[in-house]
Write a protein that binds this ligand. Structure first.
Ligand code: AMP
Length: 283
């Protein structure tokens, strides 16, 4: 497995390669788990050469404590990627990615009005900048993103379209622990007690999806999900929104289960967890 730390090394190796082979890029912030590895596998299945980037991107954190405590375990990550047969890793230092503070601002209009865009100011500007940089550096044929970050996937798909980038954006399903908790690097920061209760988020999503499928109104189903989680007295809910997967705007009536997502962000102790479920998904 090739390891690149500088943009020049990366370009020297990859630019000739991409003329003859298909390249798949999997951008991550490391502390890799099965969710990330599912993206690596999807890329390997579709492309000749897979590169994973590991970079804890400071510009997308709106909370200094979250950035400081974000898990970093590069040695374990390299072992996992090697075992998966990933061809290359790009792990730059912050100074390599940001030799100076970027002045550009990327806005995503109505796509970032709600949910993560609303609650994490400047987050998608940071995500947009780092993903645009990575796509420019690697120029992959395909780039892989998890549905876990549904709004992130949607804004990146839009950015690639708006800027005519020559990369296909591929969405991969959420990988869960056996008890339903969506895998996340942040789960490592949960205490034993918090870890036990965390799957209740998925339980509330499933219950809400069932209610919508049974014909309950959006307002009622949402209210029940909120009172279920609130009733457990451990979650601090940031939002529970029932949205169109196309516009990401909250809806008041469901017209298509396949295009409706229930999205949650909630704090459990020191950890902010997000999860979502498409209403038509079999659960
Ligand atoms: P992160 O390292 O958290 O920035 O995530 C890197 C990529 O992995 C993003 O596209 C995430 O959506 C994706 N990802 C993270 N967790 C999961 C999961 N449980 N299932 C599927 N994809 C995931």
């Amino acid at each position: 497995m090739q390891i690149f730390e500088t943009i020049s090394e990366l370009r020297k190796s990859l630019l000739p390669l991409r003329l003859q082979h298909t390249l798949g890029l999997v951008p991550t912030m490391g502390a890799l788990h099965e969710g990330h590895l599912s993206l690596i596998r999807a890329s390997k299945a579709d492309n000749d050469y897979t590169i994973c980037s590991i970079f804890v991107n400071p510009t997308q954190f709106n909370n200094a404590e979250d950035l400081k405590h974000y898990p970093r375990m590069p040695e374990d990550d390299l072992k996992l990627l090697e075992a998966e047969g990933c061809n290359a890793v790009f792990m730059p230092e912050p100074i390599e990615m940001y030799p100076s503070e970027p002045v550009i601002n990327i806005g995503f209009g109505a796509l970032e009005t709600d949910m993560e865009g609303k609650h994490r100011e400047g987050h998608f500007n940071g995500v947009g900048i780092v993903v645009a940089k990575l796509l420019n550096m690697v120029q992959p044929h395909r780039a892989y993103f998890g549905q876990k970050d549904l709004q992130q996937y949607t804004i990146i798909r839009q950015m690639v379209k708006d800027l005519s980038m020559d990369t296909q954006v591929v969405a991969c399903p959420i990988v869960r622990e056996t008890d339903g908790l969506a895998m996340s690097s942040r789960n490592l920061r949960l205490t034993t007690e918090e870890r036990k209760i965390a799957p209740q988020i998925y339980k509330s999503l499933k219950h809400c999806a069932n209610q919508l499928r049974d014909g309950k109104s959006v307002a009622e189903a949402r209210k029940e999900a909120i009172s279920f989680l609130d009733g457990l007295d451990v979650f601090n809910i940031e939002y529970i929104d029932i949205v169109s997967t196309e516009t990401l705007a909250p809806i008041s009536e469901v017209s298509d289960f396949e295009k409706t997502a229930i999205c949650i962000a909630a704090h459990l102790g020191q950890v902010r967890l997000i999860d979502n479920l498409i209403v038509s998904d079999e659960v």
